[in-house]
Design a protein around this ligand. Sequence first.
Ligand code: NAD
Ligand code: MG
Length: 300
Amino acid sequence: MAPTVNQYSMQDPTKQYPGPEFPRQPQPAPGLAQDMKPKPDHGETSYQGLGRLKGRRALITGADSGIGRAVAIAFAREGADVALNYLPSEEKDAREVVKFVQEAGSKAVALPGDISDESFCRQLVQESVVQLGGLDILVNVAGKQTHVDQIADLTTEQFEATFRTNVFAMFWLCKAALPHLPPGATIINTTSIQSYQPSPGLLDYASTKAAITAFTHALAKQVIGQGVRVNAVAPGPIWTPLQPSGGQPQEKIEKFGAEAPMKRPGQPAELAPIYVLLASQESSFVTGEVYGVTGGNHLP
Ligand code: NAD
Ligand code: MG
């Protein structure tokens, strides 16, 4: 049954979702959406599909929670089968996503594992291709963000782990996926407003996001000859477990989203339609592009 309020219902966007103050809510990384207060909206009750991705086969990383979960739900309701990657510790969130995908009538393939490992990335693509019968869409959403105030306290271990998760994994997954992608296929990366307006306490994270932006521009030019488009989405502040699980200090969680002209954080559900557009043939002349979803703090 179609939801009565969906992503097309007209309303005041500034009042559509809650704004600060929020309660402090520390969680160990990577955190669970289930334990957030208030709970994020991933479009569970609202996203209405129109068959825009009918028959497509997609691999989505970070698909258990936040933006990746909203993308998984939307893709399934648009008619795509999806392979879902996440960390094993996130199984509780992931089970809910699998259920939503199946309820949409689509195939859900759960493939937990750590993408900071190159051989796992190759296996992840291989397993997705085998279980989905091919691959048409790669969506790189998984990311690591750990706030550290001073460069003196930023360890080599963290700097490397952030780059392996955010940049190297994207490189390994794109490289493994490209030989399987037919003309018309798409890759969507997830960068950030941090790529353009970096926060002082996110030195490593912001640097990875700038790398993702440049990688997207360059890869798009490289692979368009294969008929594959590559784009990125750059979110502003979004209400997901990434933030209270170490992405921001807890005092910033209380005010999260206050600096956006909309005076609130975005919800994962508000990102999904852009990923659907970039995945579908509707955006056929769009490649090498970065779409901001920032609540008004525009790019670059
Ligand atoms: P999220 O915590 O819900 O999603 C991040 C996911 O990354 C986790 O669910 C986890 O499954 C995955 N992940 C992390 N390390 C991994 C690893 N080693 N192996 C496999 N998976 C791993 O948070 P989110 O905010 O939805 O984040 C999704 C993307 O959006 C990230 O790339 C993030 O940088 C980006 N982003 C978020 C915001 C924001 O304000 N929330 C803003 C800009 C960009
Ligand atoms: Mg998660």
